[in-house]
Design a protein around this ligand. Structure first.
Ligand SMILES: *[C@@H]1O[C@H](CO)[C@@H](O)[C@H](O)[C@H]1NC(C)=O
Ligand SMILES: *[C@@H]1O[C@H](CO)[C@@H](O)[C@H](O)[C@H]1NC(C)=O
Length: 194
């Protein structure tokens, strides 16, 4: 560990020296293309440590992983005769940290990579039903079936854990013709990165 620290501080010193060299010697012809190449290759001490294998992760990635990605949206009105293959658009957004969710299309696009938790609820009444799936990059992942003969608004909830890369797309889709959503206020789509 001491050896690693010593090497790291040696590199930091070297980089500071190189920076100083540029500041004070910019008009002097000693600044060669080789120095510039060296500096370009080793942009920072952490980059250097990563390149040499002293650290397993790039620093900018671990910082990015700490940023919150989360959204919470609900339905804006009741719907009947929802068709199989139709995407559900949860148009009322309560929270959309880092803007992954698009309330106009109903599609969440991962602004960062990682493991995400999604949960969605659909509510039906009487003899209505709705069957939905969570779709990840066009692939159906988890089914949420809702079928009630009760007069109360019945809520059906499903949770899914999904590993996503940046730009992966997730949405909720109906998989049964003539589906319905009765209590739109309780029908919601939420997601966040762990
Ligand atoms: C809903 O449930 C009833 C009986 O519990 C069944 O007869 C009906 O086929 C179901 N509807 C769907 C769409 O699965
Ligand atoms: C079901 O939800 C709808 C819409 O929010 C509401 O108008 C209706 O009264 C609810 N039905 C029952 C039985 O609670």
């Amino acid at each position: 560990m001491f050896f690693v620290r010593m090497l790291t501080s040696t590199f930091v010193t070297l980089l500071i020296l190189l920076g100083t060299q540029e500041l004070f010697c910019s008009k002097v012809t000693t600044r060669t293309n080789n120095w510039r190449n060296f500096r370009d290759d080793y942009l920072s001490a952490s980059q250097t440590c990563y390149t040499l294998g002293f650290t397993k992760e790039r620093r900018e990635n671990s910082l990015k992983a700490k940023e919150i990605i989360a959204f919470d949206a609900s339905f804006s009105s009741s719907m009947t005769k929802i068709k199989s293959g139709q995407r559900l658009v949860f148009a009322l957004v309560d929270e959309n940290i880092n803007h992954g969710y698009n309330a106009r299309t109903g599609v969440f696009t991962a602004p960062g990579s990682g493991v995400f938790v999604f949960q969605w609820s659909t509510v039906v009444t009487g003899t209505h039903y709705i069957q939905t799936v969570i779709v990840v990059n066009g692939k159906k992942r988890a089914l949420n079936e809702c079928n009630t003969t009760r007069a109360n608004n019945d809520s059906c909830t499903r949770m899914a854990v999904v590993r996503l890369a940046v730009g992966d797309k997730v949405w909720i889709e109906c998989v049964k013709d003539n589906s319905a959503i009765n209590d739109y206020k309780s029908s919601a789509f939420t997601g966040f990165r762990l």
